[in-house]
Design a protein around this ligand. Structure first.
Ligand SMILES: Cc1cc2nc3c(=O)[nH]c(=O)nc-3n(C[C@H](O)[C@H](O)[C@H](O)COP(=O)(O)OP(=O)(O)OC[C@H]3O[C@@H](n4cnc5c(N)ncnc54)[C@H](O)[C@@H]3O)c2cc1C
Ligand code: SF4
Length: 456
């Protein structure tokens, strides 16, 4: 059975010093070799693993015939952000996991092929069929992958879509969370510009709930509203010393570096501390991104502390492997219990305790337990906390009648409608976890919004 063609990547010793892309993309020959491995299954299991229902064998067939322009047309029929998905989707758990070739050998590298197609033949919008404009206005709150997808699909259906974004730039986590070396801003800009060319209006610096309320949006003649405000509230461990200087939460750290370009200080006037011996706490994509960003800012050592083993880490496998190759040290089965400061209240060490895995918990993973009297200290001058994110309550608290669960996630029905008629929601704010999940929800919500508006 043929082996997959691996995506070439830059030398870790060089790439860890800059913010340029890690993977360099397939050459034409590599793409052809990989695309020709696809069996073009009549009943393709891969497509069933794609939350936005891309016709996967369809676009691969065009690539195998060396026709990237047609491949992009097929991708864009279903996917409003294909260049993003080709880079950051967890394909290994979605389409590629279900590829028939994976049963006995190596599945097709669907994400790498998607990236090739969009890198080569991205620009045009003429592949997208757009219905006649109806003049009916829909507002989308939040410009992350859920909002852009929902808005994009509604545009294609002929609705007049305006996206409201609280920050000064659009894209959500794709812009302010995921670093340049995984997803260049230029690629994201191209995707957003394509949506703008289709007619999407994006109004920045507008915090819905405060600057304008949901009720005011309805008064401005929007007939439906889609809320996709993500989950941007950082989780803190609640232990001694977490307020010390140079203890950052990953959100603040990554937003400063990515969105406010503090890596280019003083050309951009957002300072960020550049730690020498950095400790990152967590095991997800956010932790990997924080650790690798700290390394690129000049850290001599970066240690990543995680309370379970590497097997249980939620981060994508590719990101874990890249982080390791770049020299990030993984300290597993370890938990911080206290941050120790110096006389000026700057962090100087993390007191940790060793852990062991016990029985299985609600998440289906083995529960970590402390090993008594196993405490030890790790010296550091910077800590980044990447322990997960919860919903930000600004919009939900300020919107009358909008029901949330006890963690603050918006409750929706089977049609993605919230407790407020005409208000729909999707993405991380209803409990999503990945870009493609957010996009899948945006897509389904767009169909439900269209049904709702047709029935009115
Ligand atoms: C560092 C990091 C790395 C990640 N890496 C990956 C990865 O590799 N692969 C993957 O699949 N997933 C990854 N994820 C998860 C993924 O990015 C999210 O699941 C996804 O972005 C959620 O999309 P969303 O549209 O729901 O929200 P978001 O992307 O969070 O976008 C929400 C937007 O709404 C705006 N907003 C918030 N409140 C308001 C308001 N009241 N009014 C107006 N605008 C508002 C926000 O500013 C933001 O721009 C990562 C997450 C992080 C934090
Ligand atoms: S399941 Fe795998 S081999 Fe079959 S069509 Fe999909 S990508 Fe190709």
């Amino acid at each position: 059975m043929s082996q997959k063609v691996k995506m070439p990547e830059r030398d870790p010793k060089i790439r860890k010093k800059d913010f340029k892309q890690v993977n360099t993309g397939y050459t034409r020959d590599e793409m052809l070799k990989e695309a020709k491995r696809c069996l073009q299954c009549k009943n393709p299991s891969c497509s069933r693993g794609c939350p936005v229902e891309v016709n996967i064998p369809g676009f691969i067939k065009y690539l195998a015939g060396d026709n990237p322009s047609q491949a992009v047309k097929v991708l864009k029929q279903k996917n409003n952000l294909p260049a993003v998905c080709g880079r950051v989707c967890p394909q290994e758990n979605q389409c590629e996991r279900l590829c028939i070739l994976g049963k006995k050998g190596e599945s097709i590298c669907i994400g790498n092929l998607e990236r090739y197609a969009t890198d080569i033949a991205f620009e045009n919008n003429d592949s997208i069929a757009v219905a006649e404009k109806s003049g009916v206005k829909v507002a989308v709150v939040g410009s992350g992958p859920a909002g852009l997808t929902c808005g994009g699909d509604l545009l294609k259906m002929g609705y007049d879509v305006t996206v409201y974004e609280s920050l000064h730039s659009a894209g959500g986590v794709l812009r302010y969370g995921i670093p340049e070396f995984r997803l260049p801003k230029e690629v994201l800009d191209k995707e957003i510009n394509n949506l703008k060319k289709l007619g999407m209006k994006i109004i920045l610096n507008t915090l819905i709930g405060r600057t304008r309320t949901v009720k005011e949006l309805f008064n401005e003649s929007y007939k439906a509203i889609f809320i996709s405000v993500g989950a941007g509230l950082p989780v803190f461990p609640g232990i001694e010393g977490e307020n010390l200087n140079h203890v950052y939460c990953s959100n603040e750290f990554l937003v400063r570096v990515n969105l406010m370009r503090s890596f280019d200080f003083p050309n951009y006037d957002t300072p960020v501390y550049r730690g020498k011996n950095v400790v990152v706490i967590g095991g997800g994509n956010t932790a990997m991104d924080s650790a690798r960003t700290a390394l690129r800012l000049g850290a001599e050592s970066v240690k990543l502390i995680y309370r379970r083993t590497e097997k249980e880490m939620p981060a994508r496998e590719e990101e874990r492997l890249h982080a390791r190759k770049e020299g990030i040290e993984f300290i597993v089965l370890t938990n911080p219990i206290k941050f120790i400061g110096d006389e000026k209240k700057f962090v100087k060490a993390v007191e940790c305790i060793k852990m062991e895995l016990g029985g299985y918990d609600d998440s289906g993973r083995r529960h970590p337990q402390e090993i008594k009297e196993s405490n030890y200290a790790i010296e550091t001058d910077m800590v980044i906390l990447a322990l997960g994110l919860h919903p930000n309550p600004v919009l939900t608290l300020l919107t009358e009648g909008l029901n949330t669960d006890r963690h603050g996630y918006i409750i929706i029905d089977d049609n993605y409608m919230t407790s407020v008629p005409g208000v729909f929601a999707g993405g991380d704010i209803v409990g999503g976890d990945t870009v493609i999940e957010a996009m899948g929800m945006g897509k389904k919500a767009a169909s439900s919004i269209a049904c709702y508006l047709n029935q009115k």
